[in-house]
Design a protein around this ligand. Sequence first.
Ligand code: ADP
Ligand code: ASP
Ligand code: MG
Length: 418
Amino acid sequence: MGIIVQKFGGTSVADPNKIHNVANAVIKEKENGNDVVVVVSAMGHTTDYLIKLAKEVTKNPDSREMDMLLSTGEQVSIALLAMAIQSHGYKAISMNGQQVGIITECIHSKARIVDIKTEKLHKYIKEGNIIVVAGFQGVTPDGEITTLGRGGSDTSAVAIAAALNAERCDIYTDVEGVYATDPRIVPNIQKADVISYEEMLELARVGANVLHPRSVETAKQFNVPLRVRSSFKLDNLGTLIIGVENMEIYKPVAGVASDCSQVRILLSNLPDIPGTAAKVFGALAKNNISVDMIIQSLASNGTNSIAFTVNEEDLESAIDILDEVKQEVKAGEILIDKEIAKVSIVGAGMVDRPGIAADMFRSLAENNINIKMISTSEIKISCLVEKSNAKSAIKALCKEFELEAKEIAVVKGDLPDV
Ligand code: ADP
Ligand code: ASP
Ligand code: MG
């Protein structure tokens, strides 16, 4: 028997009863003869609460201090879960990111893991312990505490599974697996038994927040078999995410997702000369601001306008940077649109099927949904629409690509409706 890494999200450890429920799931895996490392998130909505608290103290909290604050959430749940496991008569020990040696780069609030030390993990496993590790956090080589970005506990779990060469990483959550879209938006939706790393990665990147995108990236890179399953129905095997699904793919679209956390920035009246885009996007990149969709268009007066999207969390810093770059590139106005959502369809089966894009655009048009921007990759098509149209767009696309099911998905937990 090998090592199994289990991860439980915030809703699964929201109160003492649920923590005991998790302890039972962990012990069940131990009783199967496996060594178990458990990664947990902060209880319930703790992280949201801590962010709110910081914003009440200051409008612009320092990112180092934010990491200091947010990392406390996971420290509460690891201690409580270790106590719960011990109360059932099993050996358990909790460890935070620093104690394990989850080494990250020094980018506060979105640090990437660069190394995981395994000596202490192996030592405690050998001594018969169930190890409970704080997700979402790490430490820089200089000893600074970092966090991995919202939802990052999934990535902690997969990275630990990869470092320990674990047999599998099980992500337990409040739904029974990966569905073709968020079951809170379309309750009668198909569930996947198996999905490929590629499709899952693309789905996670475009907003299917059931998995942190970097967790799928890491699973793919180190070939870690990943399962998404229910912490409330332990016998249900959920969805397996692995290297290859089928030799031939019959269904063009595997899933639909939306991302309402982006904002669109428009820079108008830019001179049409080489180097302008390089200066604008170079300045944003230097400040670690990722840009998603980009459109450059030439107006009849010979000037360019560039529209692009960034995450809303980066908006204030992006505006500060663009205010500076604006003088240098001689841009006109900077216009912001916050009322947007990106709706995407994903599927390995859409490769070489040009009709899929046209079907997507027609389906949106039939539902009176205007498309503001479009971007495509090999297995994904994204359209930017009004935020108020996001849910109806998802419903329309699930119908269009035959992703609906007869049964209603079970969603446990107390998260607000999206
Ligand atoms: P956890 O606290 O366990 O990390 P999350 O809220 O991060 O849980 O992720 C689980 C949620 O992801 C579900 O409750 C569901 O609303 C949402 N979700 C979004 N897209 C999907 C999808 N395609 N399949 C399953 N769940 C999805
Ligand atoms: N607690 C963190 C968050 O709410 C990390 C996680 O849950 O994965 O984003
Ligand atoms: Mg999550």
